[in-house]
Design a protein around this ligand. Sequence first.
Ligand code: G
Ligand code: G
Ligand code: MN
Ligand code: NA
Length: 254
Amino acid sequence: LMLESRLRKALEHGEFVIYYQPKVSLADGAIVGVEALLRWFHPDLGLVPPAEFIPLAEETGLIVPIGAWVLRTACAQVRRWHRMGHSGLQLAVNLSARQFQEKNLVATIEQAIRSSEFPPGAVELELTESVIMRDAPEAARRLKELVALGIRLAVDDFGTGYSSLGYLKTFPIGSLKIDRSFVRDVERDPNSAALAQAIIALATSLKLKVVAEGVETREQLEILKGFGCHELQGFVFSRPLPPDELLALLEEGR
Ligand code: G
Ligand code: G
Ligand code: MN
Ligand code: NA
């Protein structure tokens, strides 16, 4: 309860920050995008990890205003990086179930994009299979509205939901993010390797981009690259970073 009342005030007190984790092309090692990851720095509690407050923000509905703030702030930030010469940089933002169902979602996104003059094609929304599959006909309409804005859609934690694959055929998905549970054991466990390879083959034949998340070692990187994976995200390249450190990394790479 204490956490909940504090969470209610966190936005107005300016206690949220966004960290950015690079997504890297496996073809040439270039940073092609960033995923916005919310952090809560509480003056007394210190850093409260997202796993501890995002479920609470979901339950209470606070995720809706918080998520709108994330969209506005991340679009404005990445737009500044575009203007500093990193013009191709993609921005990925996570959407939870509550946000996806909220009736003002499309307007919120449109406004965030417009107010920062953000190129819509450089925004990608990350949704999990369970969010997409919750109410399939309604979700399909929603996804079409989002795509009509010109933005892209990614399936997050791919392979962990208990959905059919049918939605990949009918829904306007642009990319798959291989869940890190498959990546973690890819060097040791032949089944994990087979699954990662199958997901990459599936994505490739459907002409979807495929991103491996949670890549921690050089060996994992090489295996995934060998399987034809397009991009990676993970500690092997960088942790999620505060904006100034992310910018330093971008400047280093040119
Ligand atoms: O940042 P990791 O470092 O700990 O994130 C944990 C979880 O929190 C992930 O599942 C991620 O998708 C989710 N998350 C992080 N930032 C956001 C956000 O801005 N909005 C939503 N809805 N989820 C987020
Ligand atoms: O669920 P989602 O994919 O949005 O969550 C991203 C989460 O993964 C964040 O919590 C981020 O901090 C974490 N993460 C990113 N790279 C790695 C990694 O290489 N290893 C591990 N263990 N976690 C990672
Ligand atoms: Mn994500
Ligand atoms: Na994920």
